[in-house]
Write a protein that binds this ligand. Sequence first.
Ligand SMILES: CC(C)(COP(=O)(O)OP(=O)(O)OC[C@H]1O[C@@H](n2cnc3c(N)ncnc32)[C@H](O)[C@@H]1OP(=O)(O)O)[C@@H](O)C(=O)NCCC(=O)NCCS
Length: 171
Amino acid sequence: MQSKTPKDSRTVMTDMVLPGETNPLNNLFGGELLARMDRAASIAARRHSRRITVTASVNHVAFNRSVPLGSVLTIEAAISRTFKTSMEVYLDVWMEDRFSGERSKANEAIYTFVAVDETGKPTAVPPLVPETELEKERFDGALRRKQLSLVLAGKMAPGDATELKALFLND
Ligand SMILES: CC(C)(COP(=O)(O)OP(=O)(O)OC[C@H]1O[C@@H](n2cnc3c(N)ncnc32)[C@H](O)[C@@H]1OP(=O)(O)O)[C@@H](O)C(=O)NCCC(=O)NCCS
């Protein structure tokens, strides 16, 4: 299967925050952001695999900053690493101030998607070759994040999470 780069799956979604999508503090509701990120990640996973893809896990979400009503929100998603049938999708969320137009990082998230066939059975995806320094850094960390996710989901014994253990033993 021919390899691809993160650029091949890069997905950019820009939309604004409307009144029905906010909490009582007039900031974007967390669940709304999760759904928007899921959509962007799903498109990136499809662009990489050209298969049906399903969300297997939300590995990490940091709601570092609130996103006020009226903000313009841009979600950038790209595949950061593939395994056999699963893909890690890294998301960067930017917000644009409605008055100054200044763009700043609002959030980051990491989702895992699995490519499946028409019966829902996991199916192999093309390998990924990272190009930039940031892509290489995200690629390198993905195996330990996968192991952590599998351990937390009860799908891997902690003793088998070699990459994860090395993180604690080497520092
Ligand atoms: C995701 C799903 C296809 C995995 O099926 P499964 O029977 O567990 O299949 P496998 O054990 O072969 O796992 C498939 C891949 O997913 C990975 N995976 C499964 N659960 C995972 C998790 N919690 N975190 C990270 N990776 C996970 C496995 O490691 C494997 O990766 P690999 O082939 O790249 O090594 C299946 O659980 C499913 O269909 N879930 C529902 C998906 C869905 O409806 N999402 C929307 C929710 S509303």
